[in-house]
Design a binder for this molecule. Sequence first.
Ligand code: MRU
Length: 344
Amino acid sequence: MSLRTVEWKDNTVVMIDQTKLPNTLEFVTFTDFNEVADAIRTLVVRGAPAIGVSGAFGLALATLQSNTTEKNELITYLEIAKKILFETRPTAINLAWGLDKIMQVANECNSVEEIREKVITTARKMADEDIEINMTMGKIGSQLFDDNDTIMTHCNAGALATVGYGTALGVIRATKDSGKNIKVIATETRPIQQGSRLTAFELKHDGINVSLIPDTAVGYTMANGLVNKIVVGADRILRTGHVYNKIGTYQVAIMAKQHNIPFYVAAPLSTFDMKSNPEDVVIEQRKASEVTGIGDKKTAPDGINVINPAFDMTPPELVTGIITENGIAKDPFEESITKLFQAN
Ligand code: MRU
C-alpha cells in the first residue's frame, strides 16, 4: 500500500473512504474541520494513528476557516474545533495526542499568520513521521518473528489504520521484507469487518499469503496448530501494560494464553496513555445497526436490545511484548514502558 490514508493537499484534507473498501477505492476531499469530524465519526477514516493525524489536519483546516486577524480569537475558534473533533471517538488516545500537540504549537505562536503556517507544517510533519515510526517499529518487531511463522492479526492495524505502512501489519510487512516466509491469518472482525474488508485487502494487494477466518474460528485455528504467533495494534495502552484494542482482542489473547502462543502488540508511543487507570478509560459504544444487519440486510429482529462496544481491554498478564519505535516492552510492563519513554 503506497497510498496515503490521509493527506494534506493544496489546503485540503484528502482521505481514502474506508467505508467503500474493498469494493471501490474512493477519495474524499474536505475543506471544513466539521467534515473531518464527521469522517472520523462515521469511520471514513479509522485506526488510532490515522485519526490522530486526521484530528491534526482538522485543526489545520480550522486555522484557514477562521478569518479573524486576532491571535486570541483564532485560539478560541481552534478550541471549539478541537472539542468537536475530540468528541468523535473517545477510546483511541492518538486523537487527543494529535489535537493537543497542534494546540500547543498554536498557543506558542505570536500571530494568526504564524499559527496558520506552523499548524499546517506540524500536522504534515506528524503525517510523515507516522510512516517513519511505523517502519522503525516494523524492523524492531520483525526480530520476534521467524521463517515459516503463521501470524494471526485482528481488526486492521495496517497502512489504512495509519498514514501508511501500519503498526501490526507494518511488523508483518517488515518480517516478509527481511526474507522470511510467513503466512497471515486475519480475523473477519465483526461487526464492521475491518479484518475482511481492510486487512485482507491490504495484505492480498501486497502479495502476502493471507487467509481469512470468521472471528468464531480463532479457537479452532489455535487448537489445531494453524497459528503460532499473534500481533495486533492498539488504541490505547496504559503505563501498566493494559491494552485497549478492537473488540474481540481480549478473546484472542485469552485463547493464545491457553494454547501457549505469544501475543504481541505493536503501537507507537503516541498510543500510550501514561496518566489514566483502567477505570478512567471510556469504551466507545457504537450504534445497534452495526450488529442487527450486514450492510443493508437485516439479520436480527426489529427492536432487539444490542450491546455493541467497539473496544475491549487485554490485561498485561496476557501480553508477551509491546513493540514500539523505541524498543520492545516486556513484563514488568510499568518499568519497561517507562524506560522506553526515557529513551526519547
Ligand atoms: O474502530 P477502528 O476500526 O478505528 O478500530 C481500530 C483498531 O482497533 C486498531 O487495531 C487500532 O486502532 C490500531 S491501528 C494501528
